[in-house]
Design a protein around this ligand. Structure first.
Ligand code: NAD
Ligand code: UDP
Length: 331
């Protein structure tokens, strides 16, 4: 198939491009490079020995997207493009609502014009808010604590309404838990903009000596060791989850959690990283971070039963691959 991948130069998109190319698909990436570099496209090509078709374009500009669809017979869209920093979204809500919502609207509108009925959307476990765990797809969504989360919940809603009005549409909404790790080649991975917000890239930068010490945000949660628990998932498992979702698309809107179903605490992740890479990480316990949940992990049976997909890589793989990429990353 000809798959248009929006945000394909980014962290999750680039790994998914690798999986798609390895499955024999033709990949057309549209990315404005606001949070990525063109070099990533070269690296995807190098890993797969294939060639991605690349357009530097902003999805908020509908006419540009229109031109791209007119040039290629697109069979399906995987929509990753979006801004993703929770903290920045609180400071700049307009920027987030505009970028994330207008991009989704433009893309579905152009899909409609060109009769493209297959659509896969990047959502997030954040839409569950402070709900019961494990998170199961049938839960009623609670308001999230930030505009970023709201853009995901709204985009889901938009896709559901559009699908109700157009029964020909097949939409898969994928709610990611905590993607970490990198491709085993060490050529592509996560490159945070400035000081990382997320735990794993923070840990790899401490390991590299870019940052002196890791701050553990709170050890008084009601969890096994008091630190926050998350469902970390290897980014290549996530990438393969997209291929499975694409292969299983059926009419209507279908929502799947992509996680491992296992929770890991901050201290457990630090210990696993130290062991996997024979490195000591210096850290201190500090105050809780505002808005953090005690724990979050996925109920994964729906993805297994309907997509035949299950995460295969473990925490050791995630820690080794994340560190290999950080070592290779010259920035
Ligand atoms: P990323 O920032 O690495 O990739 C997103 C890509 O989209 C970037 O390359 C960026 O340049 C591009 N982009 C942003 N706005 C654009 C626009 N208007 N037009 C064209 N390109 C645009 O992020 P990621 O971690 O790969 O995340 C991909 C998707 O998954 C995002 O929608 C994100 O919200 C979602 N998600 C990510 C996580 C995570 O922890 N990484 C968790 C849950 C959901
Ligand atoms: N965390 C931490 N120090 C950091 C970054 C994160 O202790 O520098 C904790 C955070 O409180 C949470 C877990 O690590 O319990 C995962 O945080 P991350 O930001 O990676 O993911 P999210 O909270 O968005 O699920």
């Amino acid at each position: 198939m000809n798959i248009l991948v929006s945000g394909g130069a980014g962290y999750i998109g680039s790994h998914t491009c690798v999986s798609l190319l390895e499955e024999g698909h033709q990949v057309i990436v549209v990315d404005n490079l606001s949070n990525s570099k063109y070099e990533v496209i070269d690296r995807i090509n190098k890993i797969t020995n294939r060639n991605v078709i690349f357009y530097k374009a902003d999805l908020t500009e509908k006419d540009l997207i229109d031109v791209i669809f007119s040039k290629h017979a697109i069979d399906a869209v995987i929509h990753f493009a979006g801004l993703k920093s929770v903290g920045e979204s609180v400071e700049k809500p307009l920027k987030y609502y505009h970028n994330n919502i207008v991009s989704t609207l433009n893309l579905v509108r152009v899909c409609q014009n060109y009769g493209v009925n297959k659509f896969v959307f990047s959502s997030s476990a954040t839409v569950y808010g402070n709900n019961q765990v494990p998170s199961v797809e049938t839960l009623n969504l609670l308001p999230t604590t930030n505009p970023y989360g709201e853009t995901k919940a709204m985009s889901e809603r938009i896709l559901k309404d559009i699908s109700s009005a157009n029964p020909e549409l097949s939409v898969s909404i994928l709610r990611y838990f905590n993607p970490v790790g990198a491709h085993t080649s060490g050529l592509i991975g996560e490159v945070p903009n400035g000081i990382p917000n997320n735990l794993m890239p923070y840990m790899t930068q401490v390991a590299k000596g870019k940052i002196e010490k890791l701050k553990v945000f709170g050890n008084d949660y009601l969890t096994s060791d008091g630190t926050g628990v998350r469902d970390y998932i290897h980014v290549m498992d996530l990438a393969e989850g997209h291929v499975a979702a694409l292969n299983s698309l059926t009419k209507g809107v279908h929502i799947y959690n992509l996680g491992t179903g296992r929770g890991t605490s901050v201290l457990e992740l630090i210990e696993a990283f130290e062991k996997a890479n024979s490195i000591k990480l210096s850290y201190e316990i500090v105050e809780r971070r505002a808005g953090d949940l005690a724990e979050s992990y996925a109920e994964t049976s729906k993805a297994f039963e309907e997509l035949g997909w299950v995460a295969k890589r473990d925490i050791v793989d995630m820690c080794k691959d994340a560190w290999r990429f950080e070592k290779n990353n010259l920035e």
